[in-house]
Design a protein around this ligand. Sequence first.
Ligand SMILES: [Zn+2]
Ligand SMILES: [Zn+2]
Ligand SMILES: [Zn+2]
Length: 109
Amino acid sequence: MSVHKNPSEIEWFKCNSCSSKFKCKSHLKRHMVLHKDPSEIKWYECHSCEFKSKHKESLKPHMLIHTDPTKIKWLECDVCGYKSKDKSNYKRHLRRHRASGSMLYKLVY
Ligand SMILES: [Zn+2]
Ligand SMILES: [Zn+2]
Ligand SMILES: [Zn+2]
């Protein structure tokens, strides 16, 4: 007597989204996560562009790029007009001018 069940006799838990089938309901459940409809995910969307994120924490820093530019304290390079919000980037930029030497005359204070 064979201990092997005829596969057709097993009650399979079938996935509706693909051809996978599982003997165990919990396995199917776990599998179904793969097919989760993206529209069912709660997205945090940016109102100003296409950006969206599943995490609220990611949207916040993104929104900064849409902040009213007049409210941003820009650090502006008088040599080339380069602007940066970030002081360390700005400094690095200035250093590049000094290093190149080409615009040095403008940087003499
Ligand atoms: Zn599936
Ligand atoms: Zn945006
Ligand atoms: Zn510059």
